[in-house]
Design a protein. Structure first.
Length: 391
């Protein structure tokens, strides 16, 4: 029985998978079980932030595995303390809760917002505003927060307490907040990933911050995909001139090991107390070791400036290609609208020719490892250019 036959016989069919069995990787290149090599412009949906098996990252992870791989949160570990101090320092937040995924991080943020309001105002102020086209996770509650009808099916009843408003429509948000006194928070993605790689207007982001401040609402930023250097700064919020009360992280935070984080500023840092939240694997020492290695790279001199330059380089090259009519996103989180081709067809053709990409609605989506070289960028773009020329 082949790997794919064995897989499909026992693993639930919850994903549309390409018929590729990836076996190993190095840098920005993956190799399948037949020895075919692929340039990876997807990095595990932005998770392999340093590419495959980065040497310093792998050394840090392996050393931790041989030291202590897990301990419950009845106890302290030095590696978690070190990462928490460094992460809060580089982001400017006061405290952090560690989980295992973006959905978990967002669940934590939702609980913080509702408890902050409950502690201060009592019951009945518990509605969270999210944006149309947003995506916040796959749990029942984070699906409820997600502003896309395509995800709102099958799993009824959804968790109440969420309303959705259009992105970049300040007047609509102002009206909603003025009329609905049950609102306790506003939650946004600065670039909507699954929603189509759509970037918020800076003026709208600043309006959200002001409305939250003026009405004592919790401003939550879902930076699960945009955070940890993906947009050319540690947090995308830095480029919008705002400081959310709570920011969530995951994907690239630990370089490919499951981890999520919920950061809280002064306003919300002490909202969750003993017994109000938890996660068995949260702050796992192996994940923290990987995350420390990622942070080492992000904070090295000139690294994030180079991420921004590479993102601009890729975006400009895409705009110059026949068959692409628009490019969106920030840094190395890039979406491209296609003139004729269908995104799913381009994804399949690219894989056939040795390039791994992603899609987001009608767009192709590129999330290369932050460490990718210009040589690998050019090779990948050449493959994409050739595919589009044949459409």
């Amino acid at each position: 029985m082949s790997t794919i036959e064995k897989f499909d016989s026992h693993v639930m069919h919850t994903y549309g998978r390409l018929p590729i069995v990836l076996e190993k990787g190095s840098g920005t290149q993956a190799t399948d079980e037949n020895g075919k090599e692929y340039i990876d412009f997807g990095s595990g949906i932005g998770t392999n932030s340093l590419g495959y098996c980065d040497e310093k990252w792998a050394d840090a992870v392996c050393a931790q595995v041989r030291s202590i791989q897990h301990t419950s949160n009845y106890f302290y570990t030095k590696v978690q303390a070190d990462f928490a101090e460094r992460l809060c320092g580089v982001t400017g937040y006061k405290s952090v809760f560690f989980g295992n995924s973006g959905a978990e991080a967002n669940e934590c943020a939702i609980k913080i917002a509702r408890k902050y309001s409950f502690d201060k105002y009592g019951k009945g102020r518990d509605t969270i505003v999210t944006l149309v086209n947003s995506f916040h996770g796959r749990t029942v509650t984070t699906l409820s927060a997600t502003g896309q009808d395509s995800f709102h099916n099958y799993f009824f009843p959804f968790t109440p307490g969420f309303v959705h408003t259009p992105a970049n429509d300040t007047a609509a948000l102002e009206k909603l907040i003025s009329e609905d006194k049950s609102i306790c928070a506003v939650m946004v993605e600065f670039v909507q990933g699954e929603g189509g790689v759509n970037r918020l207007d800076i003026d709208f982001a600043k309006a959200v911050a002001k409305l939250c401040s003026d009405n004592d609402l919790v401003f939550i930023a879902d930076e699960v995909q945009t955070g940890m250097g993906r947009t050319g700064t540690v947090l995308a919020s830095e480029q919008f001139g705002v400081k959310p009360d709570v920011t969530t992280l995951a994907k690239g935070i630990a370089g490919g090991i499951p981890m999520g984080a919920c950061l809280a500023g002064e306003k919300c840092a002490d909202v969750l107390v003993k017994g109000t939240h938890g996660s068995t694997f949260g702050g796992n020492p192996i994940a923290c070791a990987g995350a420390n290695a990622v942070l080492d790279r992000l904070t090295s001199e000139g690294f994030l400036d180079e991420v921004a330059r590479k993102g601009y380089y890729i975006s400009k090259a895409l705009l110059d290609m026949d068959g692409i009519i628009a490019v969106s996103g920030m840094g190395m989180m890039i979406g491209a609208n296609l003139e004729k081709a269908k995104a799913a067809d381009v994804l399949t053709a690219a894989a056939d020719k040795g390039l791994l990409i992603l899609t987001a609605k009608e767009k192709i989506r590129l999330l290369p490892p932050l460490t990718i070289s210009y040589e690998q960028i050019d090779k990948g773009l050449d493959i994409l250019r050739g595919i589009l020329a044949e459409v």
